[in-house]
Design a protein around this ligand. Structure first.
Ligand SMILES: [Fe+2]
Ligand SMILES: [Fe+2]
Length: 197
């Protein structure tokens, strides 16, 4: 396939969105875990905050590799939104932040799946596996917050956001669309980044 300039522009725009979105999410989760009293919930949400910072680092490296920079306006907005949501967690009660987080995470799954396809279309095959892996981690986050909402008497009565397809389908749908195994085509940037290679 001929690498598409249009796909590359779209990929950069989506990565800029994701980069700032990760900052907003990480700040919001920092406030979220500090607002809950259950020790297991604190640990789980703190772990999710760490995942989001790791994602942000990886997406930042992808942007740099593409010769692009974060969008400054989005960065400022993300800080304000993330900090505000983090503070609100202390006053809105337990259920609302869990619900909001689950809904947001379901969008994040799709965002990284779309980014993986754009990376394929513009010939950035080294990014694909990492983007798929991040979609899988967002899937885990969605599952966690969904289970929290459903553990709540009132939460069970709420209409939830659509449930994402099974986790395996993130990888398998990409592979069947693209005609091959991911590991054959892409070097794992996530691994290289986390090992400092
Ligand atoms: Fe993330
Ligand atoms: Fe997430």
């Amino acid at each position: 396939m001929v690498p598409s300039r249009n796909s590359s522009d779209k990929l950069i725009a989506l990565l800029q969105l994701a980069y700032s979105g990760e900052r907003a999410a990480a700040y919001a989760y920092r406030g979220h875990w500090q607002s809950v009293s259950d020790e297991h919930e604190r640990d789980s949400i703190r772990g999710i905050e760490e995942d989001e910072w790791r994602h942000r680092q990886l997406v930042g490296e992808m942007l740099a590799g593409l010769g692009a920079e974060p969008n400054r306006r989005r960065e400022v907005r993300a800080t304000i939104i993330g900090r505000t949501l983090g503070l609100l967690c202390h006053v809105t009660g337990w259920l609302m932040p869990m619900y909001g987080a689950g809904k947001l995470e379901s969008r994040n799954v799709k965002e990284y799946e779309t980014a993986a396809r754009l990376a394929r279309d513009c010939g950035c095959v080294n990014l694909i596996d990492c983007l798929i892996e991040m979609a899988e981690v967002e899937w885990d986050h969605e599952k966690y917050f969904r289970s929290c909402v459903l553990s709540h008497r009132l939460g069970r009565r709420l209409s939830l956001w659509p449930q994402p397809p099974p986790r395996e389908s993130i990888r398998s749908s990409y592979e069947s669309e693209s005609g091959g195994s991911l590991q054959d085509k892409s070097r794992n940037l996530c691994e290289r980044a986390t090992t400092g290679g």
